[in-house]
Ligand binder design. Structure first.
Ligand code: ADP
Ligand code: MG
Length: 254
């Protein structure tokens, strides 16, 4: 069995003008792991994940997937490698139903080149079942779904096409407690199937109960990474705010 991380960032740097958005970041994501990526606004979280999802090329550093170096030059490259990103706005089409949203831009066509609605509905059901996900009706317009259901459709769309890595930007920030719990259960289910998940948040409360491990960024650098079980929320807050590590945690020199 391979012990290589699913994703390994190594010495990743990115500057915009004179700003070091990301500076010499090394970080691992393991298969089946939920990693919380924390830090204040401007810490470099989005820039780091945009490098993984093919939005920006890094100025320096290397990304390995399951041990092999990869050159991700576009979002298309990233998707082909099984790296899917869900941004905060979800990018769903409000006036289409769940099935249509699932297949947006990647529709199944029959041998005559027409859209195969039956095949898409069938595939959508299989995909949702795999995630143990229930939606009231697949033919309801997305505009009429609740926040949690919309998030579920966005997640289903991302993982339907064989995602190995799922990146989510503030996935539960806009949800109430009940829906947050449901989306949390869905995230844990996907992780149990071996998908590696990065949850980005500026708020420790959004990810603390969900993440196996936490990585804190500050001024473009990783302050430290820790298993969630080994720290308190206050200790993580100190990492986020002041860049101070809990007693006994080794500081990273890069
Ligand atoms: N496209 C860009 N052009 C110029 N500066 C940027 C760009 N994207 C991010 N930055 C800067 O890089 C730094 C890190 O930003 P970002 O990665 O968005 O942080 P976070 O997601 O943690 O809030 C900030 O100083 C931000 O202003
Ligand atoms: Mg951001």
């Amino acid at each position: 069995m391979s012990t290589a991380p699913l994703v390994a960032f190594s010495g990743i740097s990115k500057t915009f003008g004179g700003v070091h958005a990301v500076e010499n970041v090394s970080l691992d994501l393991n298969p089946g792991e939920v990693l919380g990526l924390l830090g204040h606004n401007g810490a470099g979280k989005s820039t780091l994940i945009k490098i993984l999802s093919g939005v920006y090329p890094p100025d320096a550093g290397e990304i390995r997937l399951s041990g092999s170096p990869v050159n991700i030059r576009s979002t298309r490259d990233a998707k082909a490698l099984g790296i899917e990103t869900i941004y905060q706005n979800l990018a769903l089409s409000e006036n289409l139903d769940s099935v249509a949203n699932l297949f947006l831009g990647r529709e199944i066509t029959n041998r005559f080149g027409f859209m195969d609605d039956e095949a898409m509905e069938e595939a959508a059901r299989t995909s949702l079942d795999r995630m143990k996900l229930r939606l009231p009706s697949l033919s309801k317009l997305v505009a009429s779904l609740s926040g949690g259901q919309r998030q579920a459709v966005a997640i289903a769309r991302a993982v339907h096409f064989n995602a190995r890595v799922l990146i989510m930007d503030e996935p539960t920030a806009a949800l109430g407690p009940e829906e947050t719990a449901k989306v949390g259960a869905l995230i844990r289910e996907l992780a149990s199937q071996g998908i590696g998940i990065i949850l980005i948040s500026h708020d420790i409360h959004d990810v603390f109960d969900l993440a196996d491990r936490l990585a804190v960024m500050r001024h473009g650098k990783v302050v430290g990474t820790t298993r969630t079980a080994d720290v308190s929320k206050d200790e993580v807050l100190a990492m986020i705010i002041a860049g101070t590590l809990p007693a006994g945690m080794a500081r990273r020199d890069h």
